[in-house]
Ligand binder design. Structure first.
Ligand code: HEM
Length: 504
């Protein structure tokens, strides 16, 4: 546990200490020496109690109306893309630690790299990663975000078997095929495209095909519609009444889980009866992990809930990154030229139709810096929640058991002490990554729960950008402002005028 955390001593413990000391004296001394001891101990006891009380302060701020608190005003700010300003005003008013009520629970908001470190690496017997009720009910209680201790390690290592770079190396060709197919279907021959929905469809198809081994067709189409419906309710007030965003989302989640369960049944048959390779997709890989007694180590419920999590965590995030990269590249001609040059150099080494290799991806250093700068300025994940499992102190304030702990990436990413001129788009900030202070770039989180899909996201982003800059030119054709819902959504989905300059 971080040294910043001091546990409280309960009043009965202090009293017990006091009485034990006094009584041990009665065995050996006279009444007057007992009296003297008591007189000496009373000021120490009073000081002890005072100290305890002085550390018992709750953080500044107001909890507002129970359950609702500041949720509606925060969600309004998110939708108006003023959530950074909303939080900045809090920080200016109350400092980096303040209390509020979000999504039905008393919450403490913590700001800054030290707070990020504390949250990401905190002892999980004190800070649990439990999500807000609305998210938990939608994604399922056995998803990785809800698991702690050995359960978290077991399921996370199972996912990493598939998401680690050594395994992903073999997926570059398949990934490239999905991307080419997408460009042939949705970009080739078009003059105008709406980027965000296209990127969502691309990243969803990539996940369905590479991670779930799910064929294109009616089932994938049904899944994508239900999924969109499901995601909309993740950051909402958890009121389960007919026609609320939240209840629609819960209903969609049930249907998504049914589709995934059916898929698992099919994969189990393929694995047990048709000798499918465990490496063919994530679901088959999870089904094939066995203990000494040849029992499945990841339960069916865990597979369902984690497939739903990976869909959520890996699809919208990557599509937002790609969309906003195109937006920044459209507005920054010098940076666009540098990306183009890097990608053209790689394209020149290929004959028509030849696939990119793992080594090619390693050469795309500048393009990845552009991605990191995009993530700094428009993080797909605005922030996240943890829950206090015990009373603890942080920064001199008491954080009571049961409260939520809220972190928000944009507040760190736009801090001018860490990133000079934070509103300037400058990928060279990441040229020397060692110069970025720890826990200051938190687009992928940090610590033992850092995003396990970051390498997957890197590969799909680099290959997609390679094709977009080397095969097309584009121009923004409308307003490029955006709102958060809860992911960043550009106005009109980011409309681009495009022209194909080379065959795919
Ligand atoms: C640009 C793309 C992505 C971004 C910005 C992103 C961001 C994040 C962040 C910030 C967290 C940590 C949340 C927290 O600690 O509260 C996280 C966790 C997670 N991400 Fe990603 N992610 C991306 C892509 C992906 C992909 C492609 C996958 C899967 C293929 C994925 C799967 C996960 C999972 C399973 C977790 C939970 C990890 C755990 O609790 O141990 N993410 N992601």
């Amino acid at each position: 546990m971080s040294s910043l955390t001091n546990f409280r001593i309960h009043p009965h413990q202090a009293l017990f200490l006091f009485l034990s000391l006094s009584l041990s004296h009665t065995h050996t001394h006279t009444m007057s020496s007992l009296f003297t001891s008591l007189m000496l101990l009373i000021p120490i006891f009073v000081l002890f109690i005072r100290r305890r009380r002085s550390t018992k302060k709750l953080p500044p701020g107001s909890l507002g109306i129970p359950i609702i608190g500041q949720s509606l005003s925060f969600l309004r700010a998110m939708r108006a893309n003023t959530a950074e300003k909303w939080l900045e005003e809090r920080i200016n008013k109350y400092g980096p630690i303040s209390k509020l009520t979000l999504f039905g629970k008393p919450t403490v908001f913590l700001h800054g790299p030290a707070a990020n470190k504390f949250i990401f690496t905190g002892d999980d017997s004190v800070i649990a990663n439990q999500q807000v009720k609305s998210i938990q009910m939608i994604l399922g209680e056995r998803n990785l975000l809800e698991l702690i201790g050995d359960d978290h390690k077991r399921v996370r290592s199972a996912l990493m078997l598939f998401l680690k770079p050594e395994s992903l190396k073999h997926s570059v060709g398949n990934l490239e095929e999905e991307i080419r197919l997408h460009l042939e279907m949705h970009w080739q021959g078009k003059q105008e495209v709406k980027v965000l929905p296209l990127m969502k469809s691309l990243t969803f198809n990539i996940i369905c095909s590479l991670l779930f081994g799910m064929e294109r067709g009616a089932r994938r189409d049904e899944l994508v519609d239900l999924f969109e419906q499901m995601v909309k309710g993740t950051w909402s007030v958890p009121l389960n009444f007919p026609f609320t965003r939240y209840s629609r989302s819960l209903k969609a989640s049930k249907m998504v889980q049914n589709i995934v369960s059916q898929l698992i049944r099919e994969k189990r048959v393929e694995l047990e009866q048709k000798g499918a390779s465990p490496q063919q997709d994530l679901i088959t890989c999870l089904l094939s992990i066995r203990n000494d007694k040849n029992e499945e180590m990841i339960t069916e419920k865990e597979i369902v809930h984690n497939v739903v999590l990976v869909m959520t965590a890996g699809h919208d995030t990557s599509s937002v990154l790609l969309t906003f990269m195109l937006r920044f590249l459209s507005k920054e001609p010098v940076i666009y030229e540098a990306v183009l040059q890097e990608q053209e150099e790689i394209a020149r080494t290929k004959v028509a139709g030849e696939y990119l290799t793992w080594e090619d991806l390693a050469k795309m250093k500048y393009t990845w810096r552009v991605a990191m700068e995009t993530l700094r300025m428009v993080s797909p994940i605005f922030g996240g929640f943890r829950r206090a499992l015990k009373d603890f102190e942080y920064g001199g304030y008491l954080i009571p058991k049961g409260w939520q702990i809220f972190w928000a990436s944009p507040m760190t990413h736009m801090d001018s002490d860490i990133y000079p001129e934070p509103s300037k788009f400058d990928p060279n900030r990441f040229e020397n990554q060692a110069s970025v202070p720890p826990y200051s770039f938190v687009a992928f989180g940090g610590g033992p729960r850092m995003c396990p899909g970051n390498e997957f996201a890197r590969i799909e982003t680099l290959i997609t950008i390679h094709y977009l800059v080397t095969r097309f030119t584009w121009k923004l054709c409308a307003d490029s402002s955006f709102r958060r819902d809860p992911m960043p959504v550009p106005a009109q989905g980011l409309l681009l005028q495009i022209q194909q300059k080379k065959p795919l």
